[in-house]
Each structure stands twice: as structure tokens, then as C-alpha cells.
Design a binder for this molecule. Sequence first.
Ligand SMILES: Nc1ncnc2c1ncn2[C@@H]1O[C@H](COP(=O)(O)OP(=O)(O)O)[C@@H](O)[C@H]1O
Ligand SMILES: [Mg+2]
Length: 276
Amino acid sequence: MSIVIETKDLSREYLSYQKPEGILNSIKGIWNRKYDSKIALNQTTLQIESGKIIGLVGANGAGKTTLLKILSGLVTPTSGDATVLGYRPWERDYKFLKQISILLGQKNQLWWDISPMDSFVLLSRIYDLELSTSRKRVLELAEMLQCTHVLNTQLRRLSLGERMKMEIIGALLHEPRILFLDEPTIGLDIVAQENIRNFLANYVKEKEPTIILTSHYMDDIATLADRLLLISKGNIVYQGTVDEFVKNSNSELAHDEKVDFEEVIRRFLETESRIR
Ligand SMILES: Nc1ncnc2c1ncn2[C@@H]1O[C@H](COP(=O)(O)OP(=O)(O)O)[C@@H](O)[C@H]1O
Ligand SMILES: [Mg+2]
């Protein structure tokens, strides 16, 4: 099977300005700025095979979004290297951008003041898609997501769940080979979460894209992911199949103790964060 995402010692450090207290110190700070540095991603080396769904899991601030943003070309690494489909993402080659998509659940990517349908027309222009083809695709996806009735309503008037479905359609419009989904179900009620999860499961069966998915809901990961990537304080602490992870963790437990997937991951990450 072919490798579509590869990183070597990929790191990202952020510098943020430490704002001093008081006006006088603020003024002094203009000449003598103090910066805090934070290593969001630390020497990450990965290989991801084509057609797999990777569940990327870690605590808040672990570096998940940073990794996805680098791999999709939104953020430049500080050091190390990565290739996605043979391209360096941050060089933002148009041929690369046409084959990937990133969905940030915490952020709207469609236009707020127009209807999703109008947004999709604009996106079709950006991606150079035939309008009739993309319209057909929108209707198909909307049907699968059961949201055809809101396609022509201004985005700002939709519920969070409806908006997320529209974002998903926008992300899939150009049939990306690689999909980065950063918390696609965040804040949604259980029914909407399940809808989106089922939709993704069907979509994957049909189109076989490669996906890196982050979520706080372990049901998303357990249902969808073939492989797990656990991250703690910028370090990858586990890479492998979901089954193997559960098997290994269970063998370390006492005989009579039975814990679920979510609990196994929580305990593992807690231990990792203590030793780092
Ligand atoms: N633009 C930024 N400027 C400064 N620090 C940042 C920036 N983006 C992320 N960070 C820091 O990098 C770390 C990793 O963040 P992030 O990748 O968003 O984590 P996650 O998605 O796992 O919650 C956090 O400590 C966060 O505060
Ligand atoms: Mg994040």
C-alpha cells in the first residue's frame, strides 16, 4: 500500500509576546520585547498509508490542530520536513490544494452572509469545477446528510448542526483524496453527531479517501478510525491499529477490571503526560 503522508522530525514552535503589566512597562516593552516560546509539535515522524482513517487523539493543547494545519499548508513548520501526496504542503501548490481539504470544526469556512448553495458556487469556481457536476454533487451529499431543505438559507440563520453539515459538503465538493477533519462533531447534540458519523462511514466506504480525524468524542474515533495516533505535549506517543492498542492496554490491566475504549485512552494519555 502506498504512503501518502510522511513527516520527518516535523516541529513547530510558536513565539508569543509576553505583555508586561502597567503602562510604563508596556512602553518599555516596545524596545525590549520578551517572547514566550512554545513547542506545539516536537520532532514528529509519521507515515500514513493511502485509504486509511487515522484517529488523532490528545488533550487540549497537545498539538493536534497544529499538525493538521501544517499538513494542509496553513502553517509552516519551524523545522523538519513533510510531504503529502508528494508535495510540501506549505508551498501551497495549486495541484496539491485541489486534492486535499481541511475542515476546522471550531471555525466557519463558508461565507456567513450568503446561502450555502451560493458558497458552493464560489468554491466550484475556486476549484475549477464544472458547475453542473458540482451542483449534482451538492445535492447528493445534502441528501445523504438530510439537509437539502437548508441549502438556500443564509448560513448565519442555520443551527450549529446544519452549519457543520454545510461545511462538510464544502470540504468534500472537489472530492479530495486527503481529508483533515478537526473536530467535525464538536458541540453537536448526540443525534447530529451520529448523523455525521454515519455519513462519514458511508462516504469512506464509497470514496476511500485518506482521513486524519480529531475528535473529543471517542465514539467518533472508535467507529471510524482504523489507526490511532496519540499525541501528548507535541509528541506522538502511540501509532498503530486501534485493536492492537486496546489489546496491549487490556493486557496490562488486572483480570477483573474491565474498561472501555475511552477510559483506556484517557489513562494512557494521563500516564504519558506525567512522564513528559
Ligand atoms: N498561533 C499560535 N500562537 C501561539 N501559540 C499557539 C498558536 N497556535 C497554537 N498555539 C499553542 O500550541 C499548542 C498546541 O495547540 P493546538 O495545536 O491548537 O492543540 P490542540 O489542537 O491539540 O488542542 C498550545 O499550547 C497552543 O496554545
Ligand atoms: Mg485543536
